[in-house]
Design a protein around this ligand. Structure first.
Ligand code: TA6
Length: 334
């Protein structure tokens, strides 16, 4: 009986070509399938939104609306794909062909959530880079229609795992509006009795034609810390162009920026709210060669432009208070 019901469930949740799914077979079990089937029953919207088994047998929300196609994993509440209809359904986000799809590992690409610290944790070399939010299993709270868009909300909160790294008591909700724009809202509530100080970033991997032929507009004259040069403070001169490893944290800026990609005949606009830092990163060839979860030459196919609050712009949140950082991606054809 078990194998039959597993086969039946597989037909429902695994698309035609299961080979598309990395690590599916070894991780898939009846409990996962049953849990995913139950999520789809509770939250799915026929023809618009479904919950299925994605890479690594991880639960994944799929959006197929008139405005866009998209994917979001419960692992890290991570958006991994967004294809707005107005742009020939072209993919906007980069996803590494060598990404890991396992518990405890970050998905390489899409939009990882960095929280409650950014990069390495101060004074703790054992702590996971960029915090623990992107490797936690989040809870799917709702999938709602909002005009023609779909709004997916996922939640996580402090628990024995988070307290191992950080004493803060918190609830995080990642509310994503999938439509002709992609709107990300990360809402942190301080559920404890002491002030929380945390860093955060929506670490967006934009898909680009070739990093050597794109630029970022909107940061002229903004001061930044250059992480490839001992975090020296510098001033941006004109558009940001890329000729080597770039890892810049632009400070005290809430400005909208644009990723200009003439070869792909598009610009990707990032507008922000409640975000005072913008991080721009590409590892370039040498650094990328050390990243086992990045395919060959893929270093040239993405550029991270991140709405964030890091370093001196970290957030201080009083007990009972809430902080909401917002990033809105818009694609325009050239
Ligand atoms: O956002 C830029 C950055 O902080 C870089 O310094 C680099 O570490 C990058 O994040 C990637 O981090 P990850 O842990 O995802 O490999």
């Amino acid at each position: 009986m078990r194998s039959r019901s597993l086969r039946v469930l597989l037909e429902v949740f695994v698309p035609d070509d299961p080979e598309l799914f990395v690590g599916l077979k070894e991780n898939l079990d009846m409990d996962t399938l049953s849990a995913v089937a139950e999520l789809d029953r509770r939250f799915g919207i026929p023809g618009l939104a479904s919950v299925g088994v994605g890479n690594g047998a991880m639960p994944r929300v799929q959006i197929t609306s008139s405005l866009c196609e998209a994917e979001m994993y419960l692992h890290g509440a991570q958006v991994t794909s967004w294809k707005p209809a107005g742009n020939n359904n072209a993919e906007v986000l980069f996803l590494s062909s060598k990404s890991r799809w396992t518990d405890g590992q970050a998905i390489r690409g899409g939009i990882p959530i960095c929280f409650p610290w950014f990069r390495a944790k101060a004074n703790d070399s054992q702590a996971p880079a960029h915090g623990f939010a992107r490797t936690k299993a989040w809870r799917l709270e709702s999938i709602l229609e909002e005009d023609d868009a779909l709004v997916v909300s996922m939640m996580t909160e402090s628990d024995e795992h988070s307290r191992r790294w950080w004493p803060g008591e918190f609830q995080l909700v990642h509310r994503v509006t999938f439509g002709s724009q992609l709107k990300l809202e990360l809402v942190c509530t301080n559920t404890g009795t002491t002030t929380l100080r945390f860093e955060e970033a929506l670490h967006t991997y934009n898909r680009v034609s070739d990093i050597q032929h794109v630029s970022v507009l909107g940061l002229d004259a903004v001061r930044f810390l250059d992480n490839t040069d001992s975090n020296k403070e510098k001033a941006q001169r004109g558009d940001v162009v890329f000729t080597s490893q770039t890892d810049n944290a632009y400070l005290n800026t809430s400005d909208t920026v644009e990723l200009f990609d003439p070869n792909m005949r598009r610009r990707i606009r990032l507008a922000k709210a409640n975000s005072l830092t913008t991080v721009v990163w590409n590892p370039w060839r040498e650094k990328a060669s050390e990243m086992r979860d990045l395919g060959n030459d893929e270093w040239a196919r993405f550029l991270c432009v991140e709405a964030s609050n890091i370093l001196d712009d970290a957030v201080n949140l009083a007990p009972g208070q809430e902080h909401r950082i917002t990033a809105i991606l818009t694609v325009e054809r050239l």
